[in-house]
Design a binder for this molecule. Sequence first.
Ligand SMILES: NC(=O)c1ccc[n+]([C@@H]2O[C@H](COP(=O)([O-])OP(=O)(O)OC[C@H]3O[C@@H](n4cnc5c(N)ncnc54)[C@H](O)[C@@H]3O)[C@@H](O)[C@H]2O)c1
Length: 336
Amino acid sequence: MKETVLVTGGAGYVGSLLVPRLLREGYRVRVLDMYLYGDEALEGARGNPNLEEVRGDIRDRDLLRRALAGCDVVIHLACISNDPSFELNPALGKTINLDAFEPLVQEAVHAGVQRFIFASSASVYGVKDVENVTEDMPLEPLTDYSKYKAMCEGILARYQSPDFTTVTLRPATICGYAPRQRLDVVVNILTNHAYHHRKINVFGGEQKRPNLHIADMVDAYMLMLTAPANRIAGKVYNVGGENHTVHELAEIVRGVVGDDVTMETVPTDDPRSYHISSAKIAAELGFRPSRSIADAAHGLVEAFEKGLLPNAMTDARYFNIKRMQELNLQPTAQAA
Ligand SMILES: NC(=O)c1ccc[n+]([C@@H]2O[C@H](COP(=O)([O-])OP(=O)(O)OC[C@H]3O[C@@H](n4cnc5c(N)ncnc54)[C@H](O)[C@@H]3O)[C@@H](O)[C@H]2O)c1
């Protein structure tokens, strides 16, 4: 029998594709999540005897202890997971994205977990002029969301030991279809507008934004589970796919959705340009993304056509900020 993996935030966008994959590959999976974006994300996996779902808050230390009992690996995804949702309630965001982190790591060590995989973000670098931002470059996060990711990386590094392998991934922005859908990330926004409005507004356009197909993101987490401990211990890896300008992304999406889609360039007050290098994970672990931006757009179009994403322009579940506004959570742990 393979290991037992605790996935915090396993009912989120990435988790909703990762958890079924872990189950298919024979892992036992425990999900700890508040299900902020609904119960449906893991519907397809329910009934699998290797899946256990714990509904609750990572800020609840007693619950953490119970959820970690018997786990070999933690994949930590739970988070207020973008800048606007974070800024809606910074006090709440800090309790989840920063304050809960070290207790989680400590409880993981205490429970005998052997490997801890942390979802950081490529946004920890801030904006740099160099063409390819590598892992050794200084972190200059521009927002609290990114700053706390960077601080958590530092905390985790202190717990690295021969018995506790820690590894941090810094993913690019994710795109493509998953059972819990986010339509508030750039490629998905463009595809949603192109498909439903036959029109794309391109804000700015010349800024580069690295993106990664969600299935490649899942592959990267799977690799972190199986890579020999001595190869990844204490390491940090960028994980990105294609670096494109927003204008290029819009052209790719239009190429998939249809030539009738019109494009309009609109001035932006967010001219930030990112471009990350994912050469380290390729060189050290042989990881190379295998899906394209066009694949991600195709996947979304297929989902729209099958009716898998009803009310795609309006349902708050697809837009983290709208959903967080609806929920109005408090900066204290929610009882399980
Ligand atoms: N999606 C991206 O483009 C992207 C890019 C880089 C990094 N990441 C990181 O990857 C991780 C997963 O991202 P995602 O897009 O799947 O996010 P998501 O918002 O879809 O999922 C986050 C999950 O965490 C849960 N959660 C939030 N607070 C919680 C709490 N206090 N206790 C328990 N559960 C809680 C939510 O209910 C949700 O299911 C996040 O850490 C994010 O910062 C995402």
